[in-house]
Design a protein. Structure first.
Length: 312
């Protein structure tokens, strides 16, 4: 199947969307000692910014308090925003042999506890989909939880079970998010279970320069589309870091702007929903003494909420 796709392929009729996490400096999700969540006023500030920029579809990554607060703020303030809800899956297998930063096996008791918390997360997603059926338009189960290098590995059978449970209980379409090459190489079994394919693609992580970034993206997505001509597809993450020790000069605000504009045009022209990664820089990620690490610097806004060059 060749691109472009039909408008019916879009999530909520939106081609251009944004991944959203609102954790500011000093705030963070639960990392074992409790979460420090954004306040209601923080969320309102963020959503005001995103609506002003024209975003009406956001992706969130779990069913925890911050997501619930955001859903409530959207409803209470009547924001014209819909949500792709995330179901976060913690490790049910220890991938210490495949993950470069897992230095030792995850204890079995922790893996067993994760299975219980993952099922609880799925049940919470069902509740939220019912309560916010007017806002939640799709659900993503697991974020890169099957690709070979991750630190929160799950089994295909487990992910399928969670997908099937959700599909039997909610009306919203359900997917899982994996890199394009995972779908291309080993994703056929999961593809049969999801309502659409949730694809990540990052030319920057794949060693590409800005000169061939959009071509690399198009070719990667086309490879997946050719394998699954009858499946809907959405890009759930694609972005460009503005600062990153890992990428040197390839990370910059100018290159982010170029990739953003090229990808947005392509998404609109081809009727594919793309969630650009991401709205705001996330300084809580990784080590506190590494402010220039890539994972902290993908936002189109700085953590201060000042726009980067892409929006100026």
């Amino acid at each position: 199947m060749s691109l472009p796709m039909t408008p019916s392929n879009l999530i909520n009729d939106e081609a251009w969307a944004i991944a959203y996490s609102g954790f500011r400096l000093g705030q963070h999700p639960d990392r074992g000692d409790g979460a420090k969540n954004p306040s209601e006023s923080d969320i309102i500030e963020d959503l005001d910014i995103l609506v002003k920029e024209g975003f009406q579809l956001i992706r969130m990554y779990d069913c925890d308090q911050n997501t619930q607060d955001t859903l409530n703020v959207i409803r209470s303030n009547e924001y014209p925003i819909k949500v792709l809800l995330g179901v976060w899956l913690d490790a049910e297998l220890s991938n210490h042999d495949g993950c470069g930063w897992l230095e030792e096996p995850i204890p079995q008791e922790e893996l067993e506890a994760n299975k219980k918390s993952n099922l609880k997360e799925v049940m919470e997603a069902i509740r939220l989909c019912e309560e916010y059926s007017d806002i939640i338009v799709a659900v993503n189960v697991g974020n890169e939880s099957l690709v070979s290098w991750n630190d929160h590995m799950n089994t295909e059978e487990g992910v399928i079970s969670y997908i099937q449970t959700l599909k039997s209980k909610i009306d919203q379409p359900v997917t899982t998010a994996e890199p394009y090459y995972w779908w291309r190489d080993v994703g056929k079994k999961i593809a049969q279970e999801v309502d659409f394919l949730g694809v990540h693609i990052y030319p920057l992580w794949e060693g590409q320069s800005i000169d061939n970034a959009i071509e690399y993206t198009i070719n990667g997505i086309r490879d997946v589309v050719r394998l699954y001509p009858d499946k809907k597809i959405a890009i759930l993450e694609a972005g460009w870091a503005t600062t990153a020790n890992e990428f040197g000069d390839r990370a910059s605000e100018a290159y982010q702007k170029e990739y953003y504009n090229d990808l947005k045009k392509w998404a609109i022209d081809n009727n594919i929903t793309v969630f650009f990664f991401e709205a705001f820089d996330e300084p809580w990620k990784g080590e506190s003494d590494a402010p220039d690490a890539a994972e902290k610097n993908w936002g189109i806004y700085f953590e201060s909420r000042e726009p980067k060059q892409v929006l100026q």
